[in-house]
Design a protein around this ligand. Sequence first.
Ligand SMILES: Cc1ncc(C[n+]2csc(CCOP(=O)(O)OP(=O)(O)O)c2C)c(N)n1
Ligand SMILES: [Mg+2]
Length: 246
Amino acid sequence: MHYKDYIKWERMPSTWCAGCSIGIVFKQLTFTLEKMGVPRKNLVVVSGIGCSGRAAGYFNLDSVHATHGRALPVAEGIKRGNPELKVLVFSGDGDLAGIGGNHLIHSARRDIDLTVICIDNEIYGMTGGQMAPTSQRGAKTLTSLKGSDYYPINLQGLITSNTRHFYARGSTFRINHLQKCIQQAIEWKGFAFVDTISYCIENHGRRLGFKSPFEMMDKIRTGYRINPDPDGPLKPDELGIMKNED
Ligand SMILES: Cc1ncc(C[n+]2csc(CCOP(=O)(O)OP(=O)(O)O)c2C)c(N)n1
Ligand SMILES: [Mg+2]
């Protein structure tokens, strides 16, 4: 299977802004599927609402574009009804950790066999850039013009608080590493969460002083380094994979 076979070309060009990081993750997922040789008929993709959620309509796979925050319970239902399927969830940080946050806690706790790829652009992008649970302390957003007062949600802590867990933090700059995170997540039997450090130049970056997608990407390049063998929780500036089989 060629990576192009996983894409619905008749839907291109996508609605994503030029230079948007979602397309990078989308393409890395198709590259990984090609590398792993996963047949299309064995795959289902579920998205919630948001710019990231648009992905459901661009994969040449059976897919569901669920309502906001509800990607995980829909995916869980599909998996329970069809255990032989590989169910991918491709959605935004606001969708998965904000509006759907309660589902995230419990799908992870139940260790449902899902691969979750979270486009973590630290914002509710599609609706204009409101503060999300992932927004950094001090971040200027549409709803925190003087800078957020809050610390962001600790996604690593939330997922790894379950004894058996898989949490990977990748980024849109380190694409080989991101493919590794995605591949291991797909191979993992249980709930696997790939927190993908991404950006949104249109509704977030300009407020933070960035002038182009290139500048935001460069911030990700310099701001995160890969820890290939973490012996404890990943530090805030580290990319890596945390997993425990017990
Ligand atoms: C129940 C409900 N609440 C709010 C909205 C409005 N809404 C649509 S997209 C969105 C933001 C999505 O943010 P995120 O999941 O981070 O995706 P991004 O656009 O950043 O990729 C919101 C709040 C909605 N569609 N449904
Ligand atoms: Mg977002």
